[in-house]
Design a protein around this ligand. Structure first.
Ligand SMILES: [Ca+2]
Ligand SMILES: [Ca+2]
Ligand SMILES: [Ca+2]
Ligand SMILES: [Ca+2]
Length: 252
């Protein structure tokens, strides 16, 4: 029974490491609807989003902006919810602030855009999330992505090793039967929760930057940055069974 203290320590360790998976909700800080953001979330406990780089190809400004989805009478009712129209998750959930690529420059001079609205051109542009450290998995909510193509072909590009390697996953691969099947259903006022995609499944050693290539309108929320792979826990669990087996052998 000398094995028990060691087991408790192992279980404690696995429990602790599996506990906190950082989620960036864009509601952590007291920021206004229409707030222009870039390094605002860098101070959160890591891993986090160190910087947000916006590149608008639809004619609007290169600004990433917060959009309060709970507001009504906004410039874009497609970004208002709940209740969301279609999607792969609970459509009655409140998301609070979303992150958008801003379409107009009205009143943005003071860093709070007066008329927050997502760029609706096809294509719209890129929201690039630079992470504070490499992570092993990446999850995200996609809001109001209307189509997976060919009219608005959107995608993620995952980078590791400061851009040495990159892999692109298109929206169509997230639909039922796709290579990264998430059962995503796109459309106006949609909400799709993309469960964490692992670096391993992409053939990357880690993920330190993600470009969200917007083929048209859309917003993001709830960025999940995973630092532990389920495989790590499985490995530890098998270590525990191994120790149990050794313990049994020793006592017999
Ligand atoms: Ca939110
Ligand atoms: Ca303003
Ligand atoms: Ca819009
Ligand atoms: Ca829309």
């Amino acid at each position: 029974m000398r094995i028990l203290p060691l087991l408790s320590i192992l279980l404690l360790l696995t429990g602790a490491s599996a506990g906190a998976v950082p989620v960036i909700t864009f509601d952590e800080l007291p920021l206004a609807n229409g707030q222009v953001v870039d390094t605002d979330f860098a101070g959160l406990p890591g891993p986090t989003i160190a910087n947000i780089i916006a590149s608008n190809v639809g004619g609007g400004p290169d600004l990433a902006v917060l959009f309060d989805s709970l507001a009504t009478g906004t410039r874009d009712p497609d970004l208002e919810g709940p209740n969301w129209a279609v999607g792969n998750t609970d459509l009655t959930q409140s998301l609070g602030n979303l992150l958008i690529l801003q379409e107009n420059s009205t009143g943005c001079g003071d860093d709070v855009c007066d008329l927050p609205d997502d760029e609706g051109s096809r294509a719209a542009g890129v929201l690039e999330l630079v992470l504070s450290e490499a992570v092993l998995s990446f999850g995200i909510d996609l809001i109001d992505i209307e189509d997976s193509g060919p009219s608005e072909p959107g995608s993620f590009t995952f980078f590791d090793d400061a851009g040495a390697s990159q892999v692109t996953v298109s929206w169509s691969e997230l639909e039922a039967g796709g290579a990264f099947d998430q059962g995503a259903v796109f459309g106006n006022n949609s909400l799709n929760r993309i469960a964490p995609i692992t670096a391993a499944s992409l053939g990357l050693s880690g993920i330190d930057r993600v470009a969200i290539n917007l083929g048209g309108s859309g917003a993001i929320d709830n960025v999940v940055l995973g630092v532990n792979e389920p495989a790590t826990l499985a490995l530890l669990a098998s270590g525990v069974s191994g120790l149990l087996w050794m313990g049994r052998r020793r006592s017999s």
